[in-house]
Design a protein around this ligand. Structure first.
Ligand code: ADP
Ligand code: MG
Length: 447
């Protein structure tokens, strides 16, 4: 069976794709309701799910004769072996991914959580919970898919662990809770299960409680665990995709328990917050996203941040595989596959945007900049152009050299020179730089 699913899949993709992406792909389990595969790391997992989810599904259906969902897990071990055919996929990008310790994602921390005014209060209370367990009990957070509930919950778990190394912090999804319970019933050892949750945890975090809708038996068990923990002052933190009121089939006594502590919703980030989240999501992959790219992503992908993350991962992988820059034109291409229609500022090459902004502020024309003139103003305008290409638009030195027709060493020299003035806040150059950037960003914001 395993061989057939894998070999069917192999026939459906090109050899290059197989070698690049599926070299660590293995079948782990075929269960009634799902098939589980494993890969080397989180990065490959995300990529396969985004890009090859449909093909994987089709291969499973072909062999099992019906549609069964699948899950990809990643192995808890060192870096994958990146064979020679995949060396284009920047090895460092793969290697840089942090490893999972425990069941918490090490990236889901408070410092990686971008806060806009819309979620400021929620963030403050969450931090307070990590410092004063038991103060708001339970702490119940609800909101739509991809708004950061799991991230926040795991940040609370990790922060509490570091604040109180002696306390036992338990983070699980309600699905895991149910599976553990079923397993313990099968093994005739429900007591062990109860002790695990009720006696051995000081702080219990339960993710996606709405999963228990319609599962009365588990709800009942959870109710007792909840009460026992709550009565002994242990902190409970719960999240859900909906308000407790809307948890159909949940007994009203359980719903009212959920509301007796601190009940807060998580809000959809507004575009300006999404802009910072986009930069942050890229930063986690050690990539610096140029401002104009972050803006176009933030303006076009709303709501679910998993989609924003998906677009960014796709962008990074494309730029890495095809050795192209992460710029507005690549972002536009990727966005099209995500949203169909997009709202991109009338496209003007970055260098032309700079030229026209410089002409407005310094009265130096594109023609003069492109000439060989050594006059002081023109040299400065030329150096500033290179600097902005690098710092604002994220271009690499090689590309700047190509676009401006200058030597590699000249570019490096210019970048250093301007960097020094700008960094030291040296009067005129810094002011000029700010003016030019001001014009560029207001132009792109106006569209
Ligand atoms: P939910 O559990 O609400 O469906 P997640 O916690 O899984 O959402 O968030 C989806 C993705 O968006 C994750 O990669 C998460 O790290 C990221 N994310 C969500 N909110 C923020 C935020 N405020 N700052 C940075 N990243 C965020
Ligand atoms: Mg979640």
């Amino acid at each position: 069976m395993s061989n057939s699913i894998i070999s069917t899949l192999k026939k459906k993709v090109s050899k290059k794709t197989w070698d690049n992406w599926f070299s660590t792909f293995e079948l782990k389990a075929v269960e009634d309701e799902r098939v589980v595969f494993s890969v080397a790391n989180l990065f490959i997992k995300d990529w396969l799910q985004t890009k090859y989810g449909a093909v994987i599904s089709d291969s499973i259906a072909e062999i099992l004769g019906r549609r069964v969902s699948f899950e990809i897990v990643y192995k808890n071990k060192e870096t994958p072996s990146v064979d020679s055919t995949s060396d284009q996929i920047s090895g460092s990008l793969l290697k840089r991914k942090p490893l999972m310790i425990s069941n918490l994602n090490p990236e889901y921390t408070f410092s990686n959580f971008v806060v806009g005014s819309e979620n400021k209060a929620l963030y403050e209370v969450a931090l307070d919970v990590t410092q004063n367990p038991g103060k708001y009990n339970p702490f119940f957070v609800y909101g739509g898919v991809g708004l950061g509930k799991t991230h926040l919950l795991q940040a609370i778990a990790q922060e509490t662990m570091s604040n109180f190394p002696d306390k036992k912090v338990l983070y699980i999804t309600s699905e895991q809770f149910m599976n553990d319970m079923i397993q313990s019933i099968k093994e005739n050892n429900i007591q062990k299960f109860r002790d695990h949750y009720r006696k051995k945890s000081d702080i219990l975090l339960i993710d996606d409680i709405q999963f228990l809708i319609g599962k009365k038996g588990v709800q009942n068990e959870f109710f007792h665990s909840f009460n026992e923990l709550h009565d002994s002052g242990k902190q409970l933190i719960i999240c859900s995709d909906r308000n407790p009121e809307e948890l159909e089939t949940f007994h009203s006594r359980l719903k009212s328990r959920f509301q007796m502590g601190m009940l807060m919703s998580i809000q959809e980030p507004r575009p300006s917050t999404r802009f910072h989240i986009a930069k942050q999501l890229a930063q986690r992959e050690s990539v610096s996203l140029p401002d104009d790219v972050a803006k176009v992503l933030a303006d076009n992908i709303d709501g679910n941040l998993r989609r924003l993350r998906g677009a960014i991962i796709k962008l990074i992988v494309h730029s890495s595989v095809f050795r192209s820059q992460i710029d507005l034109s690549l972002a536009t291409q990727i966005l099209q596959s995500f949203t169909g229609s997009i709202n991109v500022p009338a496209f003007q090459r970055p260098i032309d945007q700079i030229y026209s902004a410089i002409e407005k502020t310094m009265k130096v024309t594109k023609k003069e900049i492109e000439s060989g003139s050594r006059s002081k103003d023109i040299v400065l305008a030329r150096q500033l152009t290179m600097y902005i290409l690098k710092n604002h638009f994220g271009k690499q030195v090689t590309e700047i050299a190509r676009e401006t027709g200058k030597q590699h060493s000249t570019v490096i020299h210019s970048l250093k020179k301007i960097d020094k003035s700008v960094m030291m806040g040296k009067g005129a150059t810094k002011l000029l730089y700010d003016d030019v950037i001001g014009i560029i960003t207001s132009n792109s914001a106006a569209v």
